[in-house]
Write a protein that binds this ligand. Sequence first.
Ligand SMILES: Cc1cc2nc3c(=O)[nH]c(=O)nc-3n(C[C@H](O)[C@H](O)[C@H](O)COP(=O)(O)OP(=O)(O)OC[C@H]3O[C@@H](n4cnc5c(N)ncnc54)[C@H](O)[C@@H]3O)c2cc1C
Length: 459
Amino acid sequence: MASSSFISLLTSKLSSKSKVLGDPTSPDFVASMARWSNLGVKTPFAIVQPATGEDVIKTVREALNAGVPFVPASGGHSPWSTIGKEGIVVDLALYKGVEVYPQRRLATVKGGTLMKDLQSVLHPHKQFTAVGNGSTVGVIPYYLGGGINTPFIGFACKNIVSAKFINAQGELIDVSETENPELLWGIRGAGQFLGLVTELTIKTYPYSILGNDNGQRMCGTYIFLPTQLDAVCSALRKIAESSQYVSSGHCMIVQAPPDMKQQVLLVAPQIFCSAEEAAVFFQPLIEIGPVQQALVPSTFEKHSDHLDWICAEGDFKRFNQIGLPSWSTENFKRLAELHAELIASCPDAVRTGYTLEWHTPCKAERQMKSSFGHENVDCWLNLLSWYTDAANHELVRSMDQKAQAAMRAGTQQDDFISYTNTTREDPLEYRYKEADRIEGLKKLKKEFDPTGVFTKELL
Ligand SMILES: Cc1cc2nc3c(=O)[nH]c(=O)nc-3n(C[C@H](O)[C@H](O)[C@H](O)COP(=O)(O)OP(=O)(O)OC[C@H]3O[C@@H](n4cnc5c(N)ncnc54)[C@H](O)[C@@H]3O)c2cc1C
């Protein structure tokens, strides 16, 4: 079917609040194409913005009938929600919303709901759930692909209770412990490879679990010079390995603003306790003599406000996260050298940050009925490469690879862990541990998406 006929057909089928955008110069089309990263972005022949769950189903069915390839998009932070002129993007931006069931400790999240939307709606109920470090990241994809990690309640996918799921035949399927339980297992870690999830119901938790009544945690910012790296690593180890308090945080290798000329270590620990207790707990960092420091409270509602700068749209960005069974100071030193090497060879990559992220072991039960399978991973390497010159694609990519290799030095290949929400290049064996898990996922793929309508992954 010609693209113009498909656009007319779809326009006639969808409710009046939906939009079918076929003009790449129209403001709505341009706004939808504005993404977190311009790396690998393709332009479809149309962008469909369904306004209701029924419209999402109709869109998928009409695309399947007409043989038009499509990709769903929620927050647009991945490189996989764009498609070329042969297909359409099903942009869920108009179909969003959160319903909270405070008594049952559940929330239902629709379509393109973003992380900040979820936080803001839960906050008045004094409840929280797993959220990522990015206010504009799409909630559903974050949950489907794992969702790193909340020390009190574990990975996001573990907290999925039920879903409404469209399969490759365009059928809407209810998924829960009682309806299609194998599929529930599958979408808890690999949902984006199996179908389109229009709604997700997730567990919520009272703020009282966090030890206070307003969802508060203490957030530190400690900035060090590279010459202090040994001492910082030793202090970090004490903090991350302590069972005294629940903590998590980042140790970022970045260039310091405003002139971006100096590499620094920005340690941003978060802890659930009073300001006085936090100041004592972070003493090992303070004793090193940070060049700048701050300790401020933050609430769940404002969970990632301090990281809004990494959510900026545009430029070229790669984001890669790998799990680390352990880390060494020597490896981290090498990471700092590689970061410096990157900035020296690509000055336009000056906003790149290589980060070690830790979480104290989760308080909740580790047993996870999910296909994700990384429930014991508490330490992650986050590589955010951010640059502007298209001539540097290959160089930045190769430095990203070197950075991964540096932090994996000393780890057996069988223990390599990659995060499927940020890489699809690495082998399935790194992303889903154990042969049984991969077999289980392949079986589900054959059942729900045998021809690869929703990516060719797992086929
Ligand atoms: C700045 C930033 C911060 C991040 N922070 C964290 C973090 O703290 N923890 C963490 O775990 N991850 C984090 N991530 C990774 C993030 O979880 C993934 O990139 C996530 O997939 C992005 O979702 P999105 O909706 O924004 O992206 P999109 O590109 O819109 O979607 C991602 C994938 O899901 C598919 N998809 C979209 N909607 C649906 C749907 N409804 N049903 C099925 N498939 C769908 C898309 O086709 C695409 O393949 C971060 C990423 C960035 C860029």
